[in-house]
Design a protein around this ligand. Sequence first.
Ligand SMILES: *[C@@H]1O[C@H](CO)[C@@H](O)[C@H](O)[C@H]1NC(C)=O
Ligand SMILES: *[C@@H]1O[C@H](CO)[C@@H](O)[C@H](O)[C@H]1NC(C)=O
Ligand SMILES: *[C@@H]1O[C@H](CO)[C@@H](O)[C@H](O)[C@H]1NC(C)=O
Ligand SMILES: *[C@@H]1O[C@H](CO)[C@@H](O)[C@H](O)[C@H]1NC(C)=O
Ligand SMILES: *[C@@H]1O[C@H](CO)[C@@H](O)[C@H](O)[C@H]1NC(C)=O
Ligand SMILES: *[C@@H]1O[C@H](CO)[C@@H](O)[C@H](O)[C@H]1NC(C)=O
Length: 653
Amino acid sequence: MCPSGAGNKVLLMLLLMFGQLLSAPRSFSVDYQNDCFRKDGEKFRYISGSIHYSRIPRIYWKDRLLKMYMAGLNAIQTYIPWNYHEESPDLYSFSGDKDVEYFLQLAQDIGLLVILRPGPYICAEWDMGGLPAWLLKKHSIVLRSADPDYIAAVDKWMGKLLPMIKPYLYQNGGPVISVQVENEYGSYFACDYNYLRHLTKLFRSHLGQEVVLFTTDGAGLNYLRCGSIQDLYATVDFGPSANVTAAFEAQRHTEPHGPLVNSEYYTGWLDHWGTPHSVVSSAAVVKSLSKMLAMGANVNLYMFIGGTNFGYWNGANEPYGSQPTSYDYDAPLTEAGDLTEKYFAIREVIKMYHKIPEGPIPPTTPKYAYGPVGMKKLQTISDALEKLSITGPVKSIYPQTFIELNQAFGYVLYRTTLPVNCSTPTLLSSPLNGVHDRAYVSVDGVHVGILERNKVITLNVTGKAGSQVDILVENMGRINYGKGINDFKGLVSNLTLGKDTLTGWTMYSLSTDEAVSQGLLGEEESTTTGPPQPTALALPAFYGGSFIIPDGIPDLPQDTYIKLPKWRKGQVWINGFNLGRYWPARGPQMTLFVPANILSTAAPNNVTVLELEQAPCSSGPCTVEFTDTPILNATVTSPHKQHWRLFTKENWL
Ligand SMILES: *[C@@H]1O[C@H](CO)[C@@H](O)[C@H](O)[C@H]1NC(C)=O
Ligand SMILES: *[C@@H]1O[C@H](CO)[C@@H](O)[C@H](O)[C@H]1NC(C)=O
Ligand SMILES: *[C@@H]1O[C@H](CO)[C@@H](O)[C@H](O)[C@H]1NC(C)=O
Ligand SMILES: *[C@@H]1O[C@H](CO)[C@@H](O)[C@H](O)[C@H]1NC(C)=O
Ligand SMILES: *[C@@H]1O[C@H](CO)[C@@H](O)[C@H](O)[C@H]1NC(C)=O
Ligand SMILES: *[C@@H]1O[C@H](CO)[C@@H](O)[C@H](O)[C@H]1NC(C)=O
């Protein structure tokens, strides 16, 4: 029996009034009756944009967030990459560029709500979809499933992260209105409901019953089937080329009532090395945006600013193709935070539906062309091996992977000898396609060729028995989407020479970043030049140069872009900060974003380049160049047929 009567009603009214007097209630919830969100009791709709703090230097967070606010957004969406904060088990890092709490506080101070996506898996074109590579220490681990070892690691991480997030929930006075659980789980083969149920319980136990938890999946019933579960509000993602009505019908199939939500409305698209730069027209973006807003839907624009995959953080797709350093995404704010025509077009559309803030929009930051910088050859990898291999070599009969060698990123040198005389060209081969991902091969200090995952698995070598074979293997970024996320790096299967399996390996884990930032790499000594290189390519080697910020020009240092014309492929650091990979020999990215905060006016700025193939230095002076204009869309050149299907918007859904 329901208690009722006038006396009860009066009491209830008094209680409600008293409650309101005590404090303005902060609440955020799904209103299933009225198909909307409700914030502090009021009907609410968000227009949000994605920004990944892990792809933007901390000093620019405020500038980018302000620009987002001024575009008329009332919320932002961000991922928390687990592997960014726990690079080694139990070693947590939340300071400087990784200070996610400060990022949340800034968003709130500016007036933006936050839609938080803490994973544990995030995809995001980020190494291994945000999962730490050390999970692969258990070789057979089934990631993103109820595998007990995976769950134990997730529980521990979330036990650290979620209590830190809790004070930032909206109902606790913070900006976070909703929290996503996992990411596009319906696209993953495992379809493990026990895993999703476990995550739901875990998130609830740390964050409480009140917070809106949700999932995001492709806008198709086949995705929603494995991606959605009770107690997690199901949302969808789709871009400008999708049929908006049909896409939301898919969401309605799973959530017959509640707000319509597109959690990733694509403003552009991702790139891969060796495929043309993606662009999406503003006209296409604003057309569907306007349609969704007119329907009263909640929209998050993915990306609003893409930013940069500094260091080694880029991911890759299958069949193996890695993503470049720039994550510009053709988003409304460029990689460097510049306002674009797409930004203003989107702002005009938002203006039709919401009141947008008055006042000036922060201007595009100025860029400065510091010009050419002369580079000198330092040491080759082999010459610098003692400085690079802090832990010393590991020996084993068969090759070990990066993870077995306790290395996550960068490069490992695998060394062995030719077991037989190869007086005629003999095939060095990776029959199981186990070079992950690219190997620079030399025999007795002479470059003989490059092996590349999925593209080149054999090359000919000649040499005497006992000749030293050096194979520098580069990790080009772990697969971040699909079945292949258990992406082991290094030589992950045996190499053969003719019919024989190569054995007797000495492996050097290279601490390249430490050696660069500590300035350990010396100039080449004439005695260690080695034999002349008869081939077009040379041994992987370091190059160094420096430049001074000019005097008498106000507001320097400013942001800039580094361009490496005629260089081929490698990694570049400025003052020890790892800017990322360059690969102009393949494209489409030609310039790397250099944020002003890594430049110094107090001392010469040191540029270090690790060129893996061939620097333009053998024929005269060689330079890198600092320019004020980015180039992300050069025509791609690849010596290999793209016999793999491209990862495009069309086959995404
Ligand atoms: C979009 O989808 C709706 C619902 O499925 C359908 O009725 C309509 O014809 C579709 N529009 C186009 C242009 O295909
Ligand atoms: C390689 O050839 C040299 C002669 O050129 C010979 O002395 C040596 O025994 C051969 N080694 C092997 C392992 O066949
Ligand atoms: C290796 O050399 C043999 C004999 O010269 C040749 O037939 C073959 O095409 C070469 N293979 C590669 C991958 O270069
Ligand atoms: C290499 O081959 C040996 C012998 O067949 C095998 O035991 C070993 O597991 C292989 N190693 C790798 C990394 O595939
Ligand atoms: C560049 O290297 C030189 C020599 O090691 C050093 O004195 C200088 O401080 C470095 N510059 C910066 C900005 O760190
Ligand atoms: C690259 O983009 C610029 C600016 O939009 C354009 O002018 C240029 O033609 C593009 N280049 C290529 C090769 O597509």
